[in-house]
Design a protein around this ligand. Sequence first.
Ligand SMILES: NC(=O)c1ccc[n+]([C@@H]2O[C@H](COP(=O)([O-])OP(=O)(O)OC[C@H]3O[C@@H](n4cnc5c(N)ncnc54)[C@H](O)[C@@H]3O)[C@@H](O)[C@H]2O)c1
Ligand SMILES: [Zn+2]
Length: 354
Amino acid sequence: MYNFKVTSIIHDYEVHFIDSLKQSIDSVLMEGDYIIIDNIVKDLYDEYLQDALDTHKFIGIDANEKTKSYQGVESVIEELIQNGFRKNHRLVAIGGGITQDVTAFISSIMYRGVNWIFYPTTMLAQGDSCIGSKTSINFGRFKNQVGGFYPPSYIYIFPPFKDTLKEKEIRSGMGEMLHYFIVSGKEDFDFYRDTFKAAFTEKDALSGIINKSLEIKKRYIEIDEFDKKERQVFNYGHTFGHAIESLTQYRIPHGIAVSYGMDMSNFVSVKMGLIPSEVRDEIREVTSYIWEGYPIDDIDIDTYINALSKDKKNVGMQLGLILNKGYGNIFKNLTDSDKTFREWIEEYFLNELK
Ligand SMILES: NC(=O)c1ccc[n+]([C@@H]2O[C@H](COP(=O)([O-])OP(=O)(O)OC[C@H]3O[C@@H](n4cnc5c(N)ncnc54)[C@H](O)[C@@H]3O)[C@@H](O)[C@H]2O)c1
Ligand SMILES: [Zn+2]
C-alpha cells in the first residue's frame, strides 16, 4: 500500500494507507488519546472500533455544518477539559471533513496546540482535505470564516470506508479529486479518465486515484502551504461551484458542484479562445458522468451572476476566475462581469445543460 510524508512549515506528517481498520486503530492508539468520532461512523463501524472506544475516552459528534461552528466546538472543548485531557495527550479524529475541521481547530487552540491523528472516512476527506493543514470552522451562517493551518501528525486511509457512503458523497468525492488531475496535466488526467469508473466499485482503482490525488496536492502545498500563490489554482471549478452549492441550498454537494464549475470554467475558456472546444468536450465526458442525476437547471441566472460577484477572490468589480489554458495550465484571470460574460452564463444555463 501507499505511504508518504508531507513536509509542512508547522510540522511534517505522514500518510499511510491501511488494510485493516481494527488492527491500525488498536496499534496506533496510546494511553490518554481522546477520540472525536462522527456518530454515524461510530454506529456503522462498531465492530472494528468497539475495543478502542471501550479503552479510550471519546466524544461523538453529529457531522453537520452547525457542529462545525464557533458555538459547536464549545461543548467539545468543555468536555475535554472536564475529563482530564492534557497537553501531552492526542486527539484522534474519525470521520469526514466536518470531524476533521472540528478536531483540527480544537487541536490548534487547546493548550496552544496538541497533536492529533486523522482517520478520514469520506472520499472527499481521503482524497483531498486530509492533507493541506486547513482548519476552518463556520461563524454563524458564514462558512469557513474562522481558522488557520494545523496538520495532524498521522493520517490513516482505509479506502473501504467508501462502501457505506451515500452515492452522492461518492460522486462528490470523485468530482473533487478530478480537479487535481486536470491542474496537474494531460498524463494525470488520462489516468483519471481511464480509472475513475472502476474506482466507483473497485478498491484498488480507488486507492490509486486517492493516492495520485494526494500526490498532486502534496506538490503544491509543500511550496505554498498557506495558500498565497501556487495553491490557488486548486480553486479551479470552485468559484462557479460555490455559487451552485449555495443557490441549491447544498442539494448539490461540493464535488458535484465543482464538476459543473470546471465545465463552466472550460466553457468560458473556450469563449475566450484559451482552449479548443475539444478539450472542454473531453473533460465534460468525465464531469457529466459525475453529475448525472443531479441537475441544476432550476438556478436563476441573475441570482447566479450576483452570487459569483460575492466570491472572495474577486478584485474590485472583476471576477477572480480560475480558467483553463490547457491541461496543466490552469491559471487565475481577472474577468469583467460585463454584458458579454452575462451572455455566456445565460447561454450555458439555456443550452449547455441538456
Ligand atoms: N479542511 C479542509 O481542507 C477542507 C477541505 C474541503 C472541505 N472541508 C470541509 O469538509 C466538510 C465536508 O466534509 P465531507 O464531505 O468529507 O463529509 P462530512 O464530514 O460532512 O460527512 C458527510 C456525511 O457522511 C457521513 N459519513 C462520514 N463518513 C461516512 C462513512 N464512511 N459511511 C457513511 N456515512 C459517512 C457523515 O456522518 C455525514 O452525514 C465541509 O464542512 C467542508 O467545508 C474542509
Ligand atoms: Zn473543493
